[in-house]
Design a protein around this ligand. Structure first.
Ligand code: SF4
Length: 190
């Protein structure tokens, strides 16, 4: 079984990034891209994973490993949507016409289920996430799956019908563009 390098950079200047990635577990037929949290250093975490009730429905999506990072003083939390100025609770929103990269590039919008345009709040939130990573020196961000801000790998398709498409949220893309490795909470080895 060959080693899997999740998120490895095509940039030869950063060949040794993601040292915490290990080979996939399970059989070849059932690969699981489990990723170990690094043993040292700050890690940026979606705040809802660390017990903050900040989702659009005012819920937390608490994960044990995130609480451990907080207890160790290494967890750096950010909720990009709240940091961008949106309230708790708030209307559900999805990216319309693309993914997070398209939003940052100005070719797609983020709208609530009620039709309100919240693109500027999402972009401001992404800037806040990048600022938090830079301030803390976090080289890794573990973000909540499927969120239009934090999702990485799959996001909702903009139809508010529950359909998923390949893609990343606005903050996930902004963090990657800033040189931060980004993984989904669903990829963390537990
Ligand atoms: Fe969690 Fe990110 Fe959504 Fe905030 S924006 S509630 S941190 S998934």
């Amino acid at each position: 079984m060959s080693e899997l390098r999740i998120g490895s950079s095509p940039d030869p200047a950063r060949p040794e990034r993601m040292p915490w990635v290990r080979a996939p577990v399970g059989s070849d037929a059932e690969r699981v891209d489990a990723v170990k949290i690094p043993a040292e250093g700050p890690v940026l975490i979606s705040a809802c994973l660390a017990g903050v009730a900040c989702t659009h429905a005012a819920e937390a999506k608490t994960r044990e490993w995130a609480l451990e990072l907080i207890a160790e003083g290494r967890g750096v939390t950010v909720c990009p949507e709240v940091a961008g100025g949106l309230p708790i609770p708030r209307a559900e929103a999805e990216i319309i016409g693309g993914g997070g990269a398209d939003v940052l590039d100005g070719t797609a919008r983020v709208r609530t289920v009620e039709g309100d345009d919240v693109t500027s709040q999402y972009v401001r939130g992404a800037e806040a996430a990048v600022a938090a990573a830079k301030r803390s020196g976090a080289a890794l961000a573990v973000l909540k799956a499927r969120s239009p801000s934090c999702g990485c790998g799959a996001i909702y398709d903009g139809s508010f019908s529950g359909r998923l498409i390949d893609g990343k949220g606005v903050s996930a893309v902004a963090l990657e563009r800033a040189g931060v490795d980004v993984i989904s909470d669903e990829d963390v080895e537990t």
